[in-house]
Design a protein. Structure first.
Length: 628
């Protein structure tokens, strides 16, 4: 299963690509992946006066493109680049930012279609070429139920994934006009020769056209292009961790540019500093390793101290502890005690799993509306007792779960007035989205559910400030981690998946409590585990094994590299495995057994997320008592 499929499965990209074909049933698809055959088939079709081609192949010199959709009408050719990315006219407009140039998030797509225009223009100089970005219109409203269920992902005999459109797709389904075609010829003209003319970094040419031809010549001659390194390398897609036999593109570039050897990569760099914005400047100065930095590089001021650990302080703390070979944790016991004094018992830990699909589930919904399909709920009682109090999961294809989700959550949390904890702002965002959906619904209990949401969330408006802030407004444990706790073993990450194993390694209380098979007993109740031991040690190192690595694999057809991509420790992207699993339940054909096993995996993953929150708070409560 390749990375592009995982991405498309998660965001509905495969469905959007097939949806376009439904609007143009006269279109002919070039199915072959063979370059020469695809060119021959395309050229034969282009002999017609009028034709619509999907995946048309065009070549000019060493430049080769596959066009998502090509429409030919006489001497006029239209190119359509199809993306599952949403478009909002009021926000995205002409893709420009408020100053100069184009919005960062749109520029790669604009350059993509600009290159396609250039190749097509050179290959067919007598034709008039128009170009469009075909995008998902966020303002569109579904006219029918379940359109997303009418595009199923299947696997052929060669294990290639493709989409099959169900016979039940109707013209009424398509009447919602989910797609918008944005003419980008003004943008392309601007990129090639306008005031925002674009040049490719590290290319000697003065124009985009010169850069394209220079790159084509270098490619044809197999001449390697010198890399331009910087903060962008942090998200390099060619990094290799779980497949050491493969070449690591990140290391290749940095070795070439910096003359580094393998040992240099063993030391942390400015790319590893949490939320650091000066990485590019320091890379240019070739001050890259922590040992090359000083306190002055973090612009600390008097206002950054004596209250909580500020972001700049935290960044310098990460660097300073490494330089001094200090492996001890920073724990602001006094600051955290003040926070704890405001907590109300019992303490509730909640975690949501969600998805935003391109094609709506139900009539009246917009593309990319939030789908909340799962939650887990743990409680810590004042006497120390821990229980997995409840959960919710709905992966039924075509079933809109949000209102049942909020009813179940309300039933869980309304039994007392204890403090509620989340990890990052995700849960608050989701509940506010459901609040908007309820407001537009005609459900009999919508006012009651909206009022409940308002008690446990906060809602801000850029102009009006707070619209509401509930008296049980959820406490963000992620925010408390950033303010009061840092352990060098997390390597700067604040993800719960990074913090949990570190806390387990440091907390004697947790080690004594969870080294026994007590989880899933009367002592610590669990819905999905039976007499489970969470505290297990590596026989060679003696360190605690990451609890997340003890969970069963959720996918048998995804290798370790792809699992790593989906469950990376980016605190804002931890739902990758869950949302992909949910998408598989919605868009792929599977047996009842496969569905049951996937749901079991989802339940265990989500339960561990709230148990992780429990463990972190248990350790903190114990440490503050020890420091008293």
């Amino acid at each position: 299963m390749d990375d592009s499929f995982l991405e498309a499965l998660a965001d509905g990209g495969y469905q959007v690509g097939e949806l376009v074909k439904s609007y143009y049933p006269e279109g002919i698809s070039i199915e072959t992946l063979d370059k020469e055959l695809s060119l021959a088939q395309t050229n034969e079709l282009l002999k017609r006066d009028n034709v619509t081609i999907f995946e048309a192949a065009i070549q000019y010199g060493s430049m080769f493109i596959r066009v998502d959709m090509l429409k030919k009408q006489g001497n006029k050719i239209e190119l359509y680049e199809v993306k599952a990315k949403s478009y909002d006219m009021s926000k995205d407009g002409d893709f420009k930012n408020k100053t100069t140039g184009y919005l960062t998030g749109w520029l790669p797509y604009l350059l993509d279609i600009a290159f396609q225009w250039y190749v097509t223009k050179q290959a067919f100089p007598q034709s008039t070429i128009d170009c469009f970005l075909t995008l998902v219109d966020k303002k569109a409203v579904a006219k029918t139920d379940g359109i997303n269920q009418k595009f199923k992902i299947t696997e052929d005999k060669k294990s290639r994934k493709h989409v099959v459109t169900c016979d039940s797709l109707t013209q009424q389904d398509l009447s919602a006009n989910f797609l918008t075609h944005r003419n980008v010829m003004p943008v392309i003209t601007d990129l090639f020769e306008g005031e925002n003319a674009y040049t490719i970094p590290n290319c000697p040419g003065d124009t985009l056209e010169q850069n394209i031809n220079q790159l084509a010549n270098l490619y044809e001659q197999q001449i390697r292009i010198s890399p331009v390194i910087g903060s962008k390398c942090k998200k390099c897609e060619f990094r290799v961790k779980s497949k050491p036999t493969l070449k690591d593109g990140f290391k290749e570039c940095w070795k070439e540019e910096l003359r580094w050897n393998d040992e240099d990569f063993a030391q942390p760099t400015v790319l590893d500093i949490w939320n650091y914005r000066k990485a590019d400047a320091l890379v240019k100065e070739r001050r890259i390793h922590f040992k090359d930095l000083t306190k002055d590089d973090f612009n600390l001021s008097v206002g950054d101290t004596n209250i909580v650990l500020s972001p700049k302080e935290r960044q310098w703390l990460q660097v300073e502890k490494h330089i001094n070979n200090d492996t001890t944790a920073f724990f602001d016991s006094d600051g955290l005690k003040k926070e704890m004094a405001t907590w109300q018992w019992p303490l509730h830990m909640i975690d949501f799993e969600t998805n935003t699909v391109a094609l709506p589930f139900f009539k009246g919904m917009h593309p990319y509306e939030t789908i909340a399909f799962q939650f887990s709920h743990h409680i810590i009682h004042q006497n120390g007792r821990v229980e997995h109090a409840g959960e919710f999961l709905n992966t039924t294809p075509g079933d809109f779960p949000n209102f049942a989700f909020i009813r179940a959550l309300k039933a869980q949390l309304q039994k007392d007035h204890g403090s509620i904890f989340r990890y990052s702002n995700h849960e608050n965002t989701v509940l506010c989205a459901i609040h908007r959906q309820l407001e537009a619904s005609d459900d009999a209990d919508k006012n009651e559910l909206m009022a409940f949401i308002e008690t446990i969330t906060n809602k801000k408006d850029k102009k009006k400030g707070f619209l509401w802030c509930g008296d049980r407004n959820m406490i963000d444990l992620w925010d408390l981690v950033k303010k009061y706790y840092y352990d060098p073993a997390t390597q700067g990450s604040n993800s719960i998946k990074a913090v949990l194993p570190v806390v387990l390694n440091q907390s004697q209380l947790l080690q004594e409590k969870y080294a026994k098979p007590v989880y899933g007993t009367n002592e610590i109740t669990s819905i999905n585990f039976d007499r489970f031991t969470w505290l297990k040690r590596d026989l060679e190192t003696g360190s605690v094994i990451d609890p997340y690595k003890q969970l069963p694999r959720m996918f048998d057809d995804i290798d370790e590299h792809d699992i790593e991509l989906l469950s990376g420790d980016d605190e804002l992207n931890n739902g990758g495995l869950a949302l992909t699993a949910y998408a598989k339940c919605q868009f792929t054909d599977m047996s009842d057994y496969e569905r049951t096993e996937l749901e079991r995996g989802l339940l265990k993953y989500c339960e561990l997320d709230t148990l992780a929150m429990v463990m972190i708070v248990e350790a903190w409560l114990d440490w503050t008592v020890q420091d008293a």
